[in-house]
Ligand binder design. Structure first.
Ligand code: NAP
Length: 319
């Protein structure tokens, strides 16, 4: 089969399409014929060699995909050949024509969702759910600011928060980014506009959001401490460098500033949070938005796109 391999860390050009042996399922595993692959920013950090945890080379990148189960290993009962599934945590990498994963990481893809939409579920919806509800303790009636609502995780967070009865404020870059966020049903703000934080504060009658999901903490955390409501929670989902804060700002308001990494989700967390997503996928409340798709061979262009401003949902690869 064809797969993308990284033989040395570097720029997007190190993503090379190669011939590799087809995977075969061991006990408890499934092999999926991949129809679409989700591209997540972390795959660009790892490829560049700048992420704190790095794989041995060569490796095939990617965690998320959707497709059709081709074969199952010994002891697999919940999934059968021919099932439409989405994956979170491909063992052999998702940037490939076939992916091997634990059967517990292959979830039913409802017929109402395309394979592209299925490829947008694993990391983004899992992250948004864990940040909102497990770390953020979001409750109906509260106000959440999704700081970076136009990307893969942001779209998921807007849909999950609206479905749970929160008042949702979200930001996107530029007028077009804010318009995209508004189209999701959130009250939208442009995070490039001067004074946009004042407009967010005014939208909460200067009380501040109860919860902030932060996609770019190295830029926004100092101001988030000022913006959050007293006893508010700030969940750090994304950060691309160090940042200096005035810790007294957190002290004065009894703020909880919490990190959230999907790397810390254990097997039980993963299974339970994807079970929680199933109802929203079935009802149509959760509907991934695809921004752009690229052929698998153009994975380098997809990595350039995922690291560029102007997100409008999810970037996917088609093998
Ligand atoms: P993405 O699809 O590339 O979206 C990036 C988002 O960040 C876009 O909404 C973008 O808005 C926004 N952004 C850009 N400048 C911003 C600013 N100044 N203030 C607020 N937001 C800004 O990426 P993603 O998949 O949604 O992931 C978002 C972040 O979370 C990434 O840093 C990613 O590495 C991280 N992440 C962490 C975990 C975890 O387990 N902790 C899991 C998944 C993702 P515009 O493009 O419209 O400007």
């Amino acid at each position: 089969m064809k797969a993308i391999l990284v033989r040395a860390f570097g720029g997007p050009e190190v993503l090379a399409l190669e011939d590799v042996p087809d995977p075969t399922p061991g006990p408890g595993q499934v092999v999926v014929a991949v129809k679409a692959v989700g591209v997540n920013p972390v795959e660009a950090y790892v490829r560049a060699g700048t992420y704190p945890a790095l794989p041995q080379r060569p490796y095939c990148p990617g965690s998320d995909a959707a497709g059709v189960v081709e074969s199952v290993g010994r002891g697999v009962t919940g999934v059968r050949a021919g099932d439409r599934v989405y994956l979170y945590g491909a063992v052999t990498g998702a940037y490939a024509q076939k992916a091997l994963c634990a059967s517990s990481r292959a979830f039913t893809l409802p017929a109402s969702l395309s394979f592209e939409q299925g490829a947008a579920l694993g990391v983004p919806y899992g992250t948004a759910h864990r940040a909102l509800f497990l770390r953020g303790r979001a409750k109906k009636g509260e106000t959440v600011l999704i700081h970076g609502a136009s990307g893969g995780v942001g779209v998921a967070a807007v849909q999950l928060a609206l479905a749970a009865g929160l008042t949702v404020l979200g930001t996107g870059g530029g007028g077009a980014g804010a318009a995209f966020v508004a189209s999701l049903g959130a009250r939208a703000f442009d995070h490039r506009a001067p004074g946009y934080r004042d407009a967010i504060a005014a939208a909460t009658e200067n009380k501040g959001p109860d919860l902030i999901l932060e996609m770019l903490a190295n830029v926004n955390l100092p101001a988030d401490l000022g913006l959050a409501a007293t006893r508010g929670r700030i969940i750090i989902i994304g950060s691309r460098g160090p940042v200096e804060i005035d810790a007294r700002a957190a002290m004065m308001k009894d703020l909880d500033v919490l990190g959230m990494s999907m790397r810390n989700a254990d097997e039980e967390d993963v299974v339970s949070l994807h079970a929680a997503l199933a109802a929203g996928l079935k009802s149509g409340a959760l509907k991934p938005v695809i921004a752009r798709s690229f052929p698998l061979a153009e994975a380098a262009r997809a990595h350039e796109a995922v690291m560029s401003p102007g997100a409008r949902g999810k970037i996917v690869l088609i093998p």
